[in-house]
Design a binder for this molecule. Structure first.
Ligand code: S3P
Length: 179
């Protein structure tokens, strides 16, 4: 069974996924990193040089490769992965995949994203934290109904990376009937 982590930028998919993989002794796959490796460019460079449409096509392609080739990995998606094309349907239709939405409230999200905005093409041009908050509120509102279609939702707002990873492991084991 693959564990797929989805959610908005900055929700901790990569950090929690990496920790979860360590705790569970599983392979960790980060979709953004895989795309960067395959293309030899950072996500920002891909957006700048090739454009968003190219990125989204590549993202769908890599998602399919990963879901078809892995069977017991922890997979962190990009924030937009389930939003575009039929990616969500692909994730939901895979029988060996448990999808988990890492939910986080606006305040900690904006705080985190403000510090990291340079590496994130969708928000790199936003020049004040107030404007960022307004963007995130609207954008998350538009996307939340897609994220909410994950098999499980988990609020990670008040959890450390370690706590969130343990909580996901717990949910996974319950879903599997292990505990
Ligand atoms: C995006 C999120 C990013 C990355 C790209 C687009 C999005 O991933 O895939 O910048 O549309 O939300 P993270 O959620 O890992 O930052």
């Amino acid at each position: 069974m693959n564990i797929v982590l989805l959610g908005y930028m900055g929700s901790g998919k990569t950090a929690v996924g990496r920790q979860l993989a360590i705790v569970m002794g599983r392979e960790f796959v980060d979709l953004d990193l895989l795309i960067e490796e395959q293309l030899g460019q950072s996500i920002s460079e891909i957006f700048d040089r090739k454009g968003a449409v190219y990125f989204r096509k590549k993202e769908s392609e890599v998602l399919r490769e990963v879901l078809n080739s892995k069977n017991s990995a922890v997979i962190a998606l990009g924030g937009g992965t389930p939003i575009y094309g039929d990616n969500l349907k692909w994730i939901k239709d895979k029988k060996n995949t448990l999808s988990i939405y890492l939910k986080i409230t606006i305040e900690p999200l904006v705080q985190r994203l403000w510090d990291e905005r340079q590496n994130r093409p969708l928000i790199a041009g936003i020049s004040s934290s107030e404007a960022l908050e307004e963007f995130v509120r609207k954008h998350l509102f538009e996307r939340a109904f897609v994220y909410q279609q994950a098999d499980v939702q988990m609020d990670v707002s008040d959890l450390s990376v370690e706590q969130a990873a343990l909580a996901v492991q717990n949910i996974f084991q319950k879903e599997q009937g292990v505990i």
